[in-house]
Design a protein around this ligand. Structure first.
Ligand code: SF4
Ligand code: SF4
Length: 363
């Protein structure tokens, strides 16, 4: 199964419309966090450390619909917490599907098989299963034995029942490139539609502070993981974002591209930082001092960040907004990702320049 043509068309026409309107800051993916409660306590998680009274609360269906309509992004990602713990998650999904949104429902999959009957297979709905590695590595990352096997069984069942299934993997400094590649093969064999990768963000609240990656560390590690990517590995990410992770394409963060709405309101400025909240989407867009964020701003908290929620929208914008970006994406889509030489993969490279100028993609 591949990303439906209708989804690709919806995203492409939406971005082109923003370009024609000369709108520089526009949302592409709404990160809708309906609750922070979870049935796991992963070492790298920065989302579940709220007081018990906050963890007990969740957004209502109406709150979710209002946020989605205010924002207008064509794609809605629903992370958490664990969204399957929300009593009305099926209603939220139904309402968003009825509005033509494309939804990525993120889940650790512990409850997925049990709750599958609450959902209908649809080209608008994809389950995005959290998997950080092969059995040993994933169970270690989520701090509980047996979770990998449960997630794999749930993926198999969901694929068999006709659901779109993708995965999301957070990469930390202790990741083993070969074992991650083994996981990519397994997931492709299972019929997963696409895989999403991202380096972890250094949340101050995360219990494990040892294994977050610096920017240089991210590039060096992703060169080893993806330097010789197989054609059969499908990533549900822009080719330019993958090249960015390998240090082969320079992008600047566009935090407005993935705005976040949760129990506290519209989070300023992005999914990772919490510099206050706005009551409305319009207030968020108009009151954040966007030039204070991103690597070029000098903001210390942004210097090592290469996380998808800041840079995937930048990659999409570069694809549709520049000839070089479009050409490089088309080339990669047709001929496969550029392969690195063994020397390039072994080399410990410095981080790319802070310039937002695009560098040449080596094809
Ligand atoms: S499954 Fe996700 S939300 Fe739950 S603890 Fe792990 S990282 Fe956090
Ligand atoms: S660089 Fe990362 S932390 Fe900084 S604004 Fe962008 S997404 Fe947020």
């Amino acid at each position: 199964m591949a990303v439906p043509v209708s989804q690709m068309w919806t995203v492409a026409s939406y971005v082109l419309k923003q370009k024609l309107r000369r709108r520089k800051q526009y949302p592409l993916v709404l990160m809708l966090e309906p609750l922070f409660r979870c049935n796991l306590a992963c070492a790298g998680c920065g989302k579940i450390q709220y007081p018990a009274e906050t963890l007990k609360r969740h957004l209502s269906v109406e709150d979710c619909i209002r946020a989605v309509e205010e924002c207008g992004a064509p794609i809605v990602s629903i992370p958490g917490g664990e969204p399957l713990l929300h009593p009305d998650i099926d209603k939220i999904v139904d309402e968003l599907v009825a509005r033509g949104k494309y939804i990525y429902l993120c889940t650790n999959a512990i409850l997925l098989e049990k709750h599958l009957h609450r959902f209908k297979p649809s080209k608008h709905l994809s389950f995005s299963v959290h998997l950080d590695g092969t059995r040993e590595d994933h169970d270690h990352a989520v701090c509980r034995d047996g979770v990998y096997d449960v997630a794999i069984a749930a993926i198999e069942t969901a694929v068999k029942k006709g659901f779109r299934v993708t995965t999301n993997t957070t990469v930390f400094s202790n990741a083993d490139p070969e074992r991650l590649q083994e996981m990519f093969d397994t997931l492709m064999d299972l019929g997963v539609e696409g895989m999403m990768l991202s380096p972890g963000y250094q949340y101050e609240k995360a219990p494990d502070q040892e294994h977050f990656l610096s920017r240089t560390g991210t590039i060096n590690l992703f060169r080893k993981i993806l330097g010789n990517a197989k054609r059969r590995w499908v990533f549900n990410q822009s080719p330019l974002f993958i090249e960015f992770l390998k240090g082969k394409w320079d992008l600047e963060c566009t935090p407005w591209g993935n705005p976040t709405y949760n129990l506290f309101g519209w989070q300023k400025p992005c999914y990772l930082l919490q510099d206050g909240y706005a009551e409305t989407f319009e207030e968020l867009m108009n009151t954040v001092e966007w030039d204070q964020y991103g690597r070029a701003s000098g903001n210390e908290r942004c210097q090592d960040c290469m996380v998808h929620c800041g840079y995937e929208p930048s990659a999409v914008d570069a694809t549709f907004g520049t000839l070089s970006g479009f050409a490089a994406s088309a080339w990669t889509t047709i001929f496969g990702p550029p392969q690195l030489t063994p020397e390039e993969m072994a080399e410990e490279l410095p981080a790319p320049t802070t310039s937002p100028q695009l560098v040449e993609l080596e094809t």
